[in-house]
Design a protein around this ligand. Structure first.
Ligand code: SF4
Length: 354
């Protein structure tokens, strides 16, 4: 819901200021699903509001749940018909993480990423970003649970849409509204240096994750064109500034691609890259969902790579890859839907975890 419009509408009608608070409470705290449910308003006021202001900026098109029940992926439609995706991951330790999109498509063209092949359609607005979280908050509310973490790791490069991303974070963080702590929110970038420097100066203590995927310029430039604009030396200089200003840990995401970035020299290069920043660095190794272009590193080799990083003194974990069985790699579900090939429900579930 667009609260700028709501505020203006209520003011023009001469409604008391507490009405705005009541709608905020209904939308962000009580997580109601329509104007009809706002029973603190008269029926007549509900009706005029409904005619003037849409309750939701997004509508759910298609959902998919993993057989293990720990991951749910949903395609959401914007008012202009554009489709985006958001994923809910329910962890065993009771955290519920929502992975959200910041753009329709993406301009960054990473060669391993389905979203990258779509190109950029447009940026998402603050409300479209926030409502991906609200969508799952309503789902969780029905089970007596709530969203505990938000990560910008869905479609798009969040640092190419920083104004709306930061506006959305402020809404989610609002103590009188959704009230999600900034430390529970992470922005993941493929390495957009100006965005990292901007985040370093933001007062909100949002987490930073870097999609690194290689510590060798030649390799990284091949799989991530952003590396040509911001090679590793520039990227790591921005990371150094971010760490110095915030004293906050940086997550380095590393998708393991068979024969591309999982060799001995790749582990050594990664260790050398992070050697002077170990206190505030952590590497997350991620299983790759096989595509026509790339094969993922097999499980024994992923574990061997992790062991090698540990031998080299690098703090690293092999992230539990939620959604391995529902094509949860960024962009894949939305792309299929766009091509009219989305399979129905659990029929689309891929092979079980390896
Ligand atoms: S990996 Fe992220 S930044 Fe790269 S093309 Fe995909 S969505 Fe864009």
């Amino acid at each position: 819901m667009n609260f700028d419009h709501v505020k203006q509408f209520l003011e023009e009608r001469g409604e008391p200021t507490y009405r705005l608070k009541q709608i905020k409470q209904a939308f962000y705290v009580d997580l109601l699903g329509s104007w009809e449910e706002v029973t603190v308003f008269s029926k007549e006021l509900r009706e005029v509001c409904k005619q003037a202001i849409p309750w939701d900026a997004l509508s759910s098109v298609k959902g998919q749940q993993s057989p293990h029940g720990d991951t749910m992926k949903t395609i959401l439609a914007c008012a202009d018909g554009k489709k985006i995706e958001a994923v809910l991951m329910c962890h065993e330790d009771e955290r519920n993480t929502v992975c959200i999109s910041s753009q329709v498509g993406c301009a960054m063209a990473c060669s391993f990423c389905a979203t990258g092949t779509m190109g950029l359609k447009r940026n998402l607005t603050r409300d479209e970003i926030v409502e991906q979280v609200i969508h799952y908050a309503r789902v969780l509310k029905a089970q007596g649970e709530r969203v505990s973490n938000v990560v910008f790791m869905g479609m798009g490069e969040p640092m190419h849409n920083m104004d709306e991303v930061m506006a959305a974070i402020r809404v989610l963080n609002d103590q009188t509204g959704f009230c999600l702590g900034a430390r529970h929110i992470s922005i993941s970038t493929c390495g957009v240096v100006p965005g990292i420097l901007r985040l370093a100066d933001e007062p909100l203590q949002v987490n930073l994750a870097i999609s690194l995927h290689s510590a060798i310029d030649e390799v990284r430039s091949k799989i991530m064109p952003v590396n040509k604009a911001y090679p590793l030396v520039k990227l790591m200089d921005a990371v150094r500034i971010y760490m110095e200003k915030t004293n906050r840990k940086v997550m380095f995401e590393y998708l393991l691609l068979k024969g591309i970035n999982d060799r001995e020299q790749d582990a050594v290069a990664l260790a050398n890259l992070l050697r002077n920043r170990l206190r505030l660095s952590h590497v997350n190794l991620i299983k790759y969902h096989q595509t026509e272009a790339f094969q993922g590193t097999e499980r024994p080799d992923r574990i061997a790579f992790l062991d090698r990083l540990h031998e080299l003194g690098i703090p690293a974990t092999h992230r539990i890859t939620f959604g391995e069985d529902i094509d949860a790699a960024c962009g894949q579900l939305a792309l299929r839907e766009e091509q009219g090939k989305l399979l129905d429900g659990l029929a689309a579930v891929r092979a079980a975890r390896t």
